[in-house]
Ligand binder design. Structure first.
Ligand SMILES: [Ca+2]
Ligand SMILES: [Ca+2]
Length: 193
């Protein structure tokens, strides 16, 4: 099976399939189905290849996002985003999640970068001004994490991270890249006991 130009979603059947043209710079979502299946070529960092693709070279394997994360005592959060099998650097923005179905953009809260490397990838966000402003009033806020993987040759791949384990075809769902951030009262009101 050869995928065409652009982003593709492929659900293969029970035959032994060979899927080509995944490393095309576009995000592809592939579930190989049953059988002994092969994906040819090194996948793009944002391609999503299900575990049903037995033989596949993944360049980035995303981690499962936690459903909720509590801000640490230094007003920072550290998030494991996955594992790079080729040298990748990362740039990320943390913003409030817009209401479901809304075209509005969230409010940016923090940014983070991770230097180029292979192996486990982590992002550390330092949150400013928790004791003033809108975050001081919110014990919990739904946030969106937009992460871009940058290859050694400078190409940018927006990543898709999930907190659940939906089937790969549902993986392009609404709540991509979102989690709940819990902000302890003592960070929001440091002077109150
Ligand atoms: Ca691709
Ligand atoms: Ca198959």
């Amino acid at each position: 099976m050869t995928l065409g130009p652009g982003s593709d979603v492929l659900q293969a059947g029970s035959a032994n399939d060979t899927v080509t043209t995944v490393a095309d710079g576009q995000r592809d979502v592939v579930d190989c189905g049953a059988g002994q299946d092969t994906v040819e070529g090194l996948a793009d960092p944002n391609d999503e290849l299900a575990a049903t693709c037995e033989t596949a070279q993944r360049s980035f394997e995303p981690a499962k996002l936690p459903k909720a994360l509590t801000v640490g005592p230094t007003s920072a959060i550290t998030l494991a985003i996955g594992r790079a099998d080729v040298p990748l650097s990362f740039a990320a923005t943390l913003a409030t999640a817009p209401p479901k179905g809304s075209a509005k953009k969230g409010k940016a809260i923090a940014t983070a970068t991770a230097p180029q490397g292979t192996g486990p990838a982590k992002l550390r966000f330092k949150l400013a001004k928790l004791s003033t402003g809108f975050l001081s009033r919110r014990p919990e806020v739904r946030v969106q994490i937009d992460v871009v993987a940058i290859t050694a040759d400078g190409r940018h791949f927006p990543l898709s991270l999930h907190s659940g384990s939906p089937g790969p075809l549902q993986a392009i769902a609404l709540h991509d890249n979102q989690l709940r951030l819990k902000i302890p009262a003592k960070l929001r009101h440091p002077h109150r006991r």
